[in-house]
Design a protein around this ligand. Sequence first.
Ligand SMILES: [Zn+2]
Length: 328
Amino acid sequence: MSDLNRNAKAIILRLAPWLREAAQDLVLFGTILFCLVFLISFPSHELSRMSFNEKAPESIPSSVPSGRLFVIEGLPDSYELRLNNRRLTPLYENVNFLGAVGISQRNFVTLTGFYRTRNRAKANWFQRFLFVQEVSGFSKKIEVSPKLEIRKASNLRLPSSVWNKLENAEEKRKKFERKIMRDVLNNFTHLKEFNCWYPPLQSKTTSVFGKARILPNGRHYFHSGLDLRARNNTPIRSMGDGVVVLADKMIVSGGTIVIDHGGGLFSRYFHMNDIEVEEGTHILRGQQIGLSGSTGRVNGPHLHWEVIWKGLAVDPLEAINEWKKICG
Ligand SMILES: [Zn+2]
């Protein structure tokens, strides 16, 4: 054997333990990588088989008017309901559900119900190993009728001083306030209180919910609340039990109070002269929260009162009536 060959053999022998370790590390690394890829690329929902062929329960309405809160009663074994991707608020052990149709120009909304049962008998060994879920349920189109009509819009008469003040207000400030309000209304808490609701003030309605209006700049919108006649500094009471989540002076809504009633439900009180509650305070139904006024975008003193479910404004008086099914 030549010297060269002997030297090569010696080098290989010296490198052998190191090569073996490297190979072991490579196998371990490869296994971990394979497991990670496997876990990431096979989430359980991918393996769930979804079908919405079941018949919708009789208690699901076939038609709901625009801007209406509604309760679906007595759904057996239901797990989850969604209305255009908004999860309905479960009441009483998933038997009754609360939802709403907002002020919309849509003809239909889609309600989907999921009944989740683990169906392992039908699964093959691989699916059984991965705990396949069979998700089945129903999907039903609910007609939005009657719809609100934007064509019949009437001009919102505003004193030019009010309009000019609003138009000249900093756009940055208005944008900031809209963001704050969005954040407040998107923070859903659990529904804890089932006491009945009362209007914040016993007074005449001066502008109904859903009335189509035109602003001086030509923009159309639907009145998202109810206006109640109120002289300046009339005591205003909370519609129900809840927590104050916003109490501040804002550009468009003036003195503003937002109360969270849980389950995605909020009430809003606008144009207040005086705010007598602080954010974070627990409020009881009928408790005085402030004094009405004419602050913000108004043509005179009144209370603008709103009820909102998961970002959708609903008719406050109808909401009180519908809530009676629950508060009884
Ligand atoms: Zn109003």
